[in-house]
Design a protein around this ligand. Structure first.
Ligand SMILES: Cc1ncc(COP(=O)(O)O)c(C=O)c1O
Length: 405
């Protein structure tokens, strides 16, 4: 049996949870709560080292630049990148994918080229590719899901051809939790000469993401889903690919020389970080990643999975509730449909019990269409959730469904 109790004081490390002792926060796939060390790191930065980076030579500017670049090194270490030069700070996953689509995509795609995505993708890994496909006359193809919400690998393989230039795939579906067989996907894409972008937004908080072991070409994530601040995330790209990519946004800090006749650009990653970056947020992100690195990550994942299984076992006895998506190889989240109640009504009643869950299409409309669903209720777990919260959730759900029947 797995011990699914988190280290006892963990909830107290999160000021918002400590201030709201009755709150059951189960919307972690949308964004996680932040430990005090992350809030402290941002405050400490503003109180001791606030200045702009890579510009002035005064003492504070040197301290700020040092903190910012050390945050980049922490992200590189967290992802097992070979060098911090492979890490570009962005506003998050969405901006990172837009960067790759606009820079690499626009420079590399030609009419008739194909971009292979999957029906599991978040809109952030669909819409930027639609923009670039439109601009370059490339085509998007989507690998189907099977009825159980797993990726139809036969269909995926059938889409690959010499025309495939990019495969974009999530490590875990934010809507139903499916974790596609990423090693097989990366190997097959590379065998066809395609680049691979891995969306790690849902995975980073739960499993170590090792970019060298993944073997992909691009990997993206958001700080706020991994106990860090909003407004910061990262693109990792293999150094040779990144150095060959053209800039996508122009401005200060990304240049080498500027004249009215034309400009030349800084090497990566600076070439992709035009303007003042999110400096304090990068410092906060580094604190979050250091916090996570210090945890026993295997134990945390076992704890989160045990909570999911406790929930799913409890739901088995509840009439009119169906779990949507696979029951193995999934991220610690559970998606639900109700036979006799609308998920929005259920979520509203749960909110009256101070239980926060997400309801709707989860920025994954193609996935919900493929599943034949118009909206799902999602319960998603983090390190600080407890067995007691799951039991209270189950009791509140039972009461809600009786009321709504
Ligand atoms: C799998 C996945 N990809 C991309 C995103 C977009 O992340 P962000 O809104 O932080 O840019 C999300 C957010 O929910 C996600 O779950």
């Amino acid at each position: 049996m797995t011990d699914s109790r988190p280290p006892a004081p963990m909830r107290n490390e999160f000021p918002l949870l400590a201030r709201n002792p009755g709150l059951i926060y189960l919307d972690n796939a949308a964004t996680t709560q932040k430990p005090a060390c992350v809030l402290d790191a941002e405050r400490e930065f503003y109180e001791t080292a606030n200045a702009n980076v890579h510009r002035a030579s005064h003492r504070l500017a040197v301290a700020a630049t040092g903190a910012f670049e050390s945050a980049r090194a922490t992200v590189a270490h967290f992802l097992n990148a070979t060098t911090p030069n492979e890490v570009v700070f962005t506003r998050g996953t969405t901006e990172a994918i837009n960067l790759v689509a606009r820079s690499w995509g626009q420079a590399s795609l030609r009419p008739g080229d194909e971009i292979v995505l999957t029906e599991l993708e978040h809109h952030a890994n669909i819409v930027p590719w639609q923009f670039v496909a439109q601009a370059t006359c490339a085509t998007i193809r989507a690998a189907r899901i099977a009825r159980d919400g797993t990726l139809d690998m036969e269909h995926f393989h059938s889409l690959l051809s010499p025309r495939t230039r990019l495969v974009g795939c999530t490590l875990a579906s934010n809507a139903i939790g499916t974790m596609p067989p990423i090693a097989e996907i990366v190997a097959a894409a590379h065998a066809h000469g395609a680049r691979v972008l891995v969306d790690a937004a849902q995975a980073v908080a739960h499993q170590p993401v090792d970019v060298q072991a993944l073997g992909a070409d691009f990997c993206v994530f958001s700080g706020h889903k991994v106990y860090g601040p909003t407004g910061i995330g990262a693109l990792w790209a293999r150094e040779d690919i990144l150095q060959a990519m053209p800039p996508w946004q122009g401005g200060g800090e990304m240049i080498d020389r500027v004249s009215f006749a034309g400009s030349t650009f800084a090497p990566a990653p600076a070439r992709f970080e035009a303007g003042t970056p999110p400096i304090a947020q990068a410092v906060g992100l580094a604190a979050a990643l250091e916090w996570l690195i210090q945890q026993d990550r295997a134990a945390l994942l076992a704890h989160e999975n045990a909570l999911r299984i406790r929930l799913e076992n409890g739901l088995k006895h509840m009439p009119g509730v169906q779990i949507v998506g696979p029951n193995t190889d999934k991220a610690p989240l559970t998606a639900l449909r109700f036979a006799h109640a609308h998920p929005f009504d259920v979520a509203q009643f749960l909110d009256n019990h101070d239980i926060a869950v997400r309801v709707g299409q989860h920025c994954a409309q193609p996935l919900l269409q493929a599943l034949g669903e118009s909206s799902l209720l999602r319960v998603s777990f983090a390190a600080y959730n407890t067995e007691d919260e799951i039991d209270r959730f189950l009791a509140a759900l039972e009461e809600t469904l009786e009321l709504l029947a």
